[in-house]
Design a protein around this ligand. Sequence first.
Ligand SMILES: *Cc1c(COP(=O)(O)O)cnc(C)c1O
Length: 372
Amino acid sequence: MSLSAYNRVSINLTALRHNFQLVKKMAGPDTAVLTMVKSDAYGHGLVPVAESLNAAGAGYFGVASPEEGVSLRRAGIKGNILVLLGSVEAEPLIDYNLTPVVFERENIRALSAAAVRRAAQIGVHLKMDVGMGRLGIMPMELQAYVREIESLPGVYLDGIMAHFPLADTDNQGITRAQDKIFRQQLNELSVGRRVMCHIANSAALIRFADTHHDMVRLGIALYGCSPVAGPLEPVGLKAVMSFQSRVIQLKDVPAGYGISYGHLFKTRVPSRLAVLPVGYADGYLRSLSGRASVLIRGRRAPVRGRVCMNACVADVTEIPGVETGDEVVIMGQQRCGAAEDEITADEVASWMGTINYEVLCLFGSNNKRRYI
Ligand SMILES: *Cc1c(COP(=O)(O)O)cnc(C)c1O
């Protein structure tokens, strides 16, 4: 991580809470919202994001590891914390009241034995694979797993879940078929107690209203980005993360001047260049070379030549009045007089050849964050 003093990732907690209220309304009164704060809240900062959501009424949190769950409890987060990758150790689950996702018989038995030793009870969510092709038991194993969990002391079934692989694509038939498998398995099951059933992510929240069940698990929509590849009908989400830097040097160079390593770019006309203290160590990947633009004085300045470890070069020949120290927006909105523009996470993702999720994680985890 390079914590350059020039660079700031800004996290707008007002936008976060706006998105939370919006998705709660979309989920409706009978469906709980689990807010996904795994992976340092998609780069937005695990504890500050969870605290803000908890204060706004969020009662379910999703983390990847028990360690993230422990951090939340130590910060005083109340409510249910679901550990998506489960846990081989029972102690943090018991000591900090965390709910593991389970998908392995031996693991369930070990959790049971440990809970009995501690005279504790561990609630678990059983994960089914209805076509994700990743974590989870196969649908035909569900009955046997549920019976086993119900017969073991120290553990109890609190939820049954699955995950959609294609809810963000145009192939709606597959998502509907997978939800049907999920529904059928649940219908055939008799469970002694009420369990939370959940399968929908952000894309399914927006596009498949009949897959919401008892709870929706939302990540990217909370952070104000589109979960859908391609254009999304406007739902009013607001981007939570933006990324600002500064111009550290301005210079005029003649036509035919090579810029940065490899001279990937040579100026065609006499040009004014702005050197920026942002590079791949800050998550501004080298794959952005020759593709990206930044905002200076409310206007787009193309990034020229290779992006280096800690620096890159923007062409400001067409932008009058630029000065050293001017704010540079790497991602987000900028206004300057009548000029106004925005660079979205989706746009950066298209330049990087990736998805908005990865852009948020990269920028958020490699820079100092400030909360506004
Ligand atoms: C990350 C994750 C989600 C949230 O997905 P988004 O597309 O960000 O809403 C939901 N469920 C599981 C199992 C996940 O790992």
